[in-house]
Write a protein that binds this ligand. Structure first.
Ligand code: COA
Length: 327
């Protein structure tokens, strides 16, 4: 008995927001954004499009690749910090859009580490219970809805999108895709990346709106330093735990936070050429970014059956971690 990833899918909205567009909105420049972040473009959803719409498109593409109907799913997890509503969950809304049958659906919130957390949870549930044979795991974000478009410290970074994987359990699979995982959190650092208002701590009011408390607040340079050391250290520890070497790992797929962070992680681990980077086109799409990267590599034939790949992420919470997978 094994569990494998049998489908991947991604979706980004059509509208492209360029650095030149941002120059007209805040006091910034293409040169600053490019050299400090590596980002040139990001995709922005229109006002009517919700996170579950983005998730739906990515999930449909993954189901098409797997050649499976949505009715065959037993479990749907959506990782997101931009749910359509506080409740019901975006996973329930996605279930209906897909036409999936009755199955277990929930959202998981671990910010930019969301997809890794969700894969870990889905794999553990499938391994432990006969009730879960087939799972859809989606990372989906409409970050444009929680971005302060007057704040140059944050608005140049984020974009919208979704990435999905289908996990399938079968006696026919000799191997399991999951080799090792290490996922962590430290709530002591909750303040450095947060959306302050709209929850029970600071319910929505005229004051919270006037003070722009419904947008992402970020301590950029603190986040930057911690992201590099936590992602690099966790990947190194995980590899050591398995007794493997970096020569055996085809790709390191990190959460696309900032090109300088990704370059620094690759340099620390001594594998700069194997770090997958696509932040130039999409910006930071939080829990969607690793799913988008996986699907791009998969559809381009750059991951082959049997390849080992490492996923790593870091985000609000703080949360971070890494997964070592066999494709
Ligand atoms: N355009 C022009 N100048 C800008 C700017 C922008 N968009 N944003 C910030 N600046 C300015 C700052 O005001 C500051 O000016 P000052 O020195 O006069 O005060 C200067 O640039 C340097 O700011 P700093 O925050 O030190 O820049 P940085 O090199 O750390 O880059 C980030 C800023 C946000 C790009 C970077 O810290 C980062 O990517 N952090 C991690 C973000 C992240 O990963 N977030 C999500 C976690 S998953």
């Amino acid at each position: 008995m094994g569990i494998r990833i049998i489908g991947t899918g991604m979706y980004v909205p059509e509208r492209i927001l360029t650095n030149a567009d941002l120059e007209k909105m805040v006091d910034t420049s293409d040169e600053w954004i490019t050299t400090r972040t590596g980002i040139k473009n990001r995709r922005i959803a229109d006002a009517e499009t919700t996170t579950s719409d983005l998730a739906f498109q990515a999930a449909r593409n993954a189901l098409l690749m797997a050649d499976l109907p949505a009715s065959s799913l037993d479990l749907i997890i959506v990782a997101t910090v931009t749910p359509d509503k506080v409740f019901p969950s975006t996973a329930c809304l996605l279930q209906t859009k897909l036409g999936a049958g009755p199955c277990l659906c929930f959202d998981l919130e671990a910010a930019c580490s969301g997809l890794l957390y969700a894969i870990e949870v889905a794999h553990a549930m499938m391994a432990a219970s006969p009730n879960y044979r087939r799972a859809l795991v989606v990372g989906a974000e409409k970050l444009s809805a929680i971005t302060d478009w007057t704040d140059r410290n944050t608005c140049v970074i984020f974009g919208d999108g979704a990435g999905a994987v289908i996990l399938d359990k079968s006696d026919d699979y000799a191997n399991d895709f999951y080799l090792a995982g290490k996922l962590c959190a430290d709530g002591q650092y909750a303040d450095i990346l947060q959306l302050p208002a709209g929850g029970s701590a600071l319910p929505a009011s005229h004051t919270t709106v006037d003070e722009r408390q419904h947008y992402v607040k970020m301590g950029g340079s603190k986040t930057f330093q911690m992201a590099i050391s936590l992602m690099a250290n966790t990947c190194a520890e995980l590899l050591e735990q398995t007794g493997m070497s970096w020569n055996q790992v085809r790709w390191l797929i990190p959460h696309q936070a900032n090109e300088r962070i990704l370059t620094a992680v690759g340099a620390r681990l001594g594998i700069p050429e194997r770090v997958y980077v696509n932040i130039r086109d999409y910006g930071n799409t939080s829990s969607a970014s690793i799913g988008i990267a996986l699907d791009e590599l998969n559809r381009a034939g750059k991951i082959q059956p049997g390849d080992f790949i490492m996923l790593t992420a870091f985000g609000g919470g703080l949360t971070w971690g890494a997964l070592l997978l066999r494709w």
